[in-house]
Design a binder for this molecule. Structure first.
Ligand SMILES: NC(=O)C1=CN([C@@H]2O[C@H](COP(=O)(O)OP(=O)(O)OC[C@H]3O[C@@H](n4cnc5c(N)ncnc54)[C@H](OP(=O)(O)O)[C@@H]3O)[C@@H](O)[C@H]2O)C=CC1
Ligand SMILES: CC(C)(CO)C(=O)C(=O)O
Length: 309
């Protein structure tokens, strides 16, 4: 089967890594670049990864979507705080059809993409990945790397051929990619990590290791994990009970890491508070379930987000 052509809109820590791995494997990948365009054109893209460091000199780099060809798969790797740009960025690479794979954190992060290209062309996924952009055109992948994605929607469905095809292509490029027929389950499971650990890492000014090593911070994290687990159930997503302990255990085993939200906070960038906390709070409220601990954290983060900028 012919290889699909990819676009990466938001070629940072996540988009640069997965797009870079696909390009290294011989896929045609078009990267939309922002501040790094000149650097990448002159010096290429450097990726330091546990999968084997590599450097791509000749990258299909674009300073504007106008020069991007139509692509079969457009990966969205922007921060959700930049989703207002999607109405201008997506029409060009998706103009002849194709799907858009939204790999952003949060709940219903796909909604902004769906508003541009239509929900039937949207796939969503979660990345269990620790990666940072450490310099212009320079990505450092420090831990994990699994990506799980499927059709966007509120219900479980069978894995579709288009999802499986992308997963197979990613696997052939060395990516730990998995197709799912249950995106809501994948997203809520990831939120069981993101809500407590992204949120508390900012509110407590602590790394994930500091949180799990302190009895009070750990108890707070566990309480929030349980609350998110219960909210998922209220929304009809029954995550297995054992996922609660697993969420804590995986964090104890992780390399000491600053969550993406803490990195944004320290760099005075907008934090993904609405996608990661606001949307789940609203989804739970819509079915009559409230998350008091998560709401407290949400208000604190909104305050800190405003004050930091
Ligand atoms: N990094 C990780 O390990 C993980 C990230 N995620 C999620 O993935 C998403 C992306 O995060 P991450 O990759 O870390 O973020 P980054 O900030 O590293 O990447 C975002 C990229 O978007 C680019 N961008 C911003 N504005 C524009 C624009 N106008 N045109 C084109 N490109 C633009 C930025 O370019 P520039 O820097 O030049 O402005 C940057 O390279 C988030 O939702 C995050 O929560 C999920 C799991 C793990
Ligand atoms: C859980 C983690 C660290 C990567 O899987 C993440 O999603 C984040 O930092 O936001």
């Amino acid at each position: 089967m012919e290889k699909q052509r990819y676009a990466v809109v938001g070629a940072g820590a996540l988009g640069g890594l997965y797009g870079g791995l696909l390009a290294r494997a011989g896929f045609e990948v078009h990267f939309l670049l922002n501040r790094d365009y000149d650097h990448v054109v002159a010096n290429g893209l450097r990726v330091d990864t546990r999968l084997g460091d590599f450097h791509l000199q000749d990258v299909h780099a674009h300073a504007s979507v106008e020069t991007m060809p139509p692509c079969d798969v457009t990966i969205v790797g922007l921060k959700t705080t930049k989703n207002g740009l999607l109405k201008d960025l997506l029409p060009s690479p998706t103009r002849e059809g194709g799907v858009v794979l939204v790999l952003q954190n949060g709940l219903h992060s796909e909604a902004d993409t769906a508003a541009v290209v239509g929900p039937e062309r949207v796939l969503g996924g979660c990345c269990f990945l620790c990666s940072n952009k450490v310099g212009p055109g320079h990505i450092k992948h420090v831990d994990q790397g699994r990506v799980v994605f499927g059709e966007y929607g509120d219900h479980a469905i069978d894995v579709t051929p288009r999802v499986q095809r992308i997963a197979d292509e990613m696997v052939s490029a060395g990516i730990d990619a998995h197709a799912t027929g249950n995106l809501p389950m994948t997203r809520w499971k990831k939120l069981m990590w993101n809500i407590p650990f992204n949120g508390l890492s900012v509110a407590l000014n602590a790394s994930t290791k500091e949180i799990v090593d302190d009895p009070d911070a750990l108890e707070l994290a566990e309480t929030i994990v349980r609350e998110v687990h219960a909210a998922a159930a209220a929304c009809g997503v029954n995550v297995a009970e054992k996922a609660i302990a697993a969420t804590i255990d995986v964090t104890k085993e992780m390399v000491p890491y600053d969550s993406s939200m803490r990195l944004d906070f320290l760099a005075k960038r907008p934090m993904e508070v609405e996608a990661i906390l606001g949307n789940p709070i609203r989804a739970a409220k819509a079915v009559g379930f409230t998350m008091p601990h998560v709401e407290t954290l949400y208000r604190e983060l909104k305050f800190l987000d405003r004050r930091s900028r």
